[in-house]
Design a protein around this ligand. Structure first.
Ligand SMILES: NC(=O)c1ccc[n+]([C@@H]2O[C@H](COP(=O)([O-])OP(=O)(O)OC[C@H]3O[C@@H](n4cnc5c(N)ncnc54)[C@H](OP(=O)(O)O)[C@@H]3O)[C@@H](O)[C@H]2O)c1
Length: 344
């Protein structure tokens, strides 16, 4: 007997990717239910070669559902996740609503799988921010080898990170440029077509944005609270795939060759690093892929033990849907949950 899984936010960018990945990986589910707002009730979403009729999250009863993959935004998660958890259904949440709660584990399975046991406190597990997920997958094996002291990250984040409205805005603005229509900006604060915007999420008191703060808070929570992290988060006119330029300072010696060998063996990482034209990965090529790609591995001669790397991944997959499903697999593989139907 398999599991009953609900995908809340099934009509969104991340929710649709979750349905694709559940089907691709042959997830051990007997039943998959698609949930969204009242606006989408009765519409259909694809699940493998089938379609699912979307149900309304508001009046859905979770008492016989085992896992809810939640990707409907922070406000929705704050409202529904505790109630779902109380019905004995484990919520794996993609928003930032629970990530910093000391009773909620924040998990990237390649990085801190053992922290998952904390989930029983609230029956909620948090998935990190898309930029953090790919960053920690690359940092973890390097930290284990040479102990990271400080990280400086500049992100180049695709518009799909801002949901389906973000993708529509880039598409519509690009078309408007070519047909000389007026450019409308609703989702982003400035025009995104043929531009870059150094602003993601709200501004905080110290002048950083919340997106930049998330990268440091989440890296510390998952990898090591002693690591110093500073970040500049930038939106770029790319549909799918986040890129990061990462400067890392280590306590111990590590060469570029050693880093390349370590990352080649590391779970979730794929090294593409040839010193020739095109010998690196760009976001266009990582869309639809599971790996975190690492290119441009160089020593930084301006500090004692320093490296520069270029990290690229599909933000809708490792940055969101794939990581959430890997967390669900971790729960099942470690025997931390049993299918309710089987248990009954
Ligand atoms: N995109 C990324 O790279 C990424 C990465 C990590 C985390 N996340 C997080 O994942 C979540 C979803 O992101 P997304 O990019 O998929 O957004 P999206 O494309 O805008 O989709 C939002 C989804 O939430 C649903 N929803 C909205 N209000 C709802 C309500 N009151 N009740 C039930 N469902 C509701 C929408 O349903 P309707 O169609 O019915 O409105 C839709 O299915 C967000 O919390 C986001 O921060 C996204």
């Amino acid at each position: 007997m398999g599991f009953k899984i609900a995908v809340a936010g099934a009509t969104g960018n991340v929710g649709r990717e979750m349905l694709n990945i559940l089907s691709e990986r042959g997830f051990p589910a007997d039943e998959v239910v698609a949930l969204a707002s009242a606006r989408s009730q009765g519409t259909e979403v694809s699940f493998g070669d089938k379609t699912l009729k979307v149900k309304n999250l508001e009046n859905y009863d979770f008492s016989d559902t085992d896992i809810c993959l939640m990707s409907a935004g922070g406000a929705v998660s704050l409202k529904y996740s505790p109630k779902i958890g109380q019905q004995g259904c484990v919520v794996i949440d993609n928003s930032s609503a629970w990530r910093y709660d000391s009773e909620v584990p924040l998990i990237v399975p390649e990085v801190n799988p053992d922290a998952i046991s904390l989930f029983t406190k609230k029956n909620i597990i948090a998935n990190p921010n898309c930029s953090t997920a790919q960053l920690v997958v690359a940092l973890k094996p390097l930290h284990d080898y040479a102990k990271i002291k400080r990280v400086v990250v500049s992100t180049y984040q695709s518009v799909s990170g801002a949901g389906k409205d973000g993708m529509d805005e880039l598409f519509n603005q690009t078309r408007a440029v070519f047909v000389a229509d007026p450019i409308e900006s609703k989702k982003f604060t400035k025009r995104i077509a043929f531009n870059v915007i150094p602003h993601i999420d709200v501004f905080m008191e110290d002048g950083y944005t919340k997106e930049e703060w998330k990268v440091l808070a989440e890296t510390k929570k998952m990898l090591d609270p002693k690591i110093k992290v500073t970040c500049t988060a930038v939106r770029v006119p790319v549909f799918i795939g986040h890129s990061e330029s990462v400067n890392i300072e280590f306590e111990n010696e590590i060469t570029a060759d050693e880093a390349r060998d370590i990352l080649r063996e590391a779970p979730g990482c794929l090294v593409v690093d040839k010193h020739e034209n095109g010998g690196y990965v760009t976001p266009y090529e990582c869309a639809g892929e599971d790996a975190t790609y690492i290119s441009r591995i160089r020593e930084d001669a301006t500090v004692e033990n320093g490296l520069n790397i270029w990290v690229v991944s599909d933000n809708l997959r490792k940055g969101a849907a794939l990581n959430a499903i890997q967390i669900a697999e971790l729960l099942i593989n470690r025997g931390l949950i049993r299918a309710k139907k089987q248990a009954a």
